[in-house]
Design a protein. Structure first.
Length: 323
């Protein structure tokens, strides 16, 4: 080997190793985790616990920023616009991740192109309940009542086009019943009116309704999920009752910008997966009705595709339009 060539190789050996030419190993700076909902809510709780655990795994701070608006679309648009920067990530919900693209005439981003799925973080189950004073005590009794009074039974949701509304439409289609949908601006007013007897039923997240179920004001009839709720283990699932397609789990997943490098997305996945196995995180999520996610990036990508197709069909057949 010539002296010149030997010297050149020695010089190369002295250079710092990089994953790509001129690039620093990821992460090279603090990360930003976008939570597209207000501080203090379930999404914020899930996001902050995830951020804390991922920071320990990645060796860099993970700073949570709340950017709420348009059912989570505003915050996820910020992630989508980050291009290829894996230091900007977001915890997107079922609405922004699979529903709104079938409802909004113009999405500010393409969810399938501009948001790269990393891992399913958590599912939040929903439950079908009735006001205890209706006299309905079980699912069979409800179906009999609905068949006897088509179009008269009322069911409130947290808003037109949201997952709780689509859950009602899915329930109607699969059970062959006619229910009057009553939209509210959020879960709280819907719950208040249900407890007061203004409406007769609702399908909302388990944690929202749990205190009123335990007080006896509301009667829980079915969990719209594949598995029973750990918080209400005696309540059957819609699958057990013979309606496996009535599944309206709300969910939150970790997304990276669509052009982020595959290796960087895998690093994010591994950090998140390790975090989700932590007992502290499992306990924190369970306390607010969350069922911890996990699995591979491919699992989450497949799940999201299935959710997009499912809700697009519900929206089309029920002719759901945003108010």
């Amino acid at each position: 080997m010539s002296l010149t060539r030997r010297g050149a190789l020695a010089g190369l050996g002295a250079l710092p190793f990089t994953t790509t030419a001129g690039a620093q190993a990821f992460p090279s700076k603090p990360l930003t985790l976008i939570v597209p909902f207000p501080a203090g809510g379930p999404a914020d709780i899930f996001g902050r616990h995830l951020a804390q655990g991922m920071a320990a795994q990645l060796g860099k701070p993970v700073v949570v920023e709340n950017k709420s608006g348009v059912a989570g679309v505003t915050g996820m648009d910020f992630v989508a616009k980050a291009g290829s920067d894996p230091h900007v990530i977001g915890i997107g919900s079922a609405s922004a991740g699979s529903i709104m693209q079938s409802l909004m005439p113009r999405m500010p981003y393409d969810p399938e192109r501009d948001l790269a799925p990393v891992i399913l973080v958590v599912k939040v189950q929903e439950i079908l309940v009735v006001n205890a004073k209706t006299g309905v005590t079980d699912f069979k009794g409800l179906i009999a009542r609905l068949k006897a009074e088509p179009g008269k039974w009322t069911c409130g949701s947290a808003g037109t086009g949201g997952i709780t509304h689509l859950a009602i439409e899915l329930f109607k289609r699969e059970t062959g019943t006619d229910i009057l949908h009553v939209p509210y601006r959020g879960a709280a007013p819907a719950t208040n009116d249900l407890v007061a007897g203004t409406i007769q039923s609702t399908i909302l997240d388990v944690p929202v309704l749990l205190p009123h179920i335990r007080s006896g004001a509301l009667k829980a009839l079915a969990v719209t999920s594949d598995v029973r709720s750990p918080l209400l283990p005696d309540v059957p699932t819609m699958r057990e009752l013979g309606f496996p397609r009535v599944n309206s789990d709300n969910w939150y997943g970790l997304f990276a910008p669509g052009n982020a490098l595959l290796a960087d997305r895998q690093r994010l996945h591994d950090a998140a997966a390790a975090t989700l196995k932590s007992k502290d995180v499992v306990d924190a999520y369970t306390a607010v009705g969350g069922i911890v996610g996990g699995g591979s990036t491919e699992d989450f990508a497949r799940f999201r595709r299935e959710e997009i197709a499912k809700w697009a069909e519900v929206i089309q057949l029920a002719n759901v339009k945003l108010e």
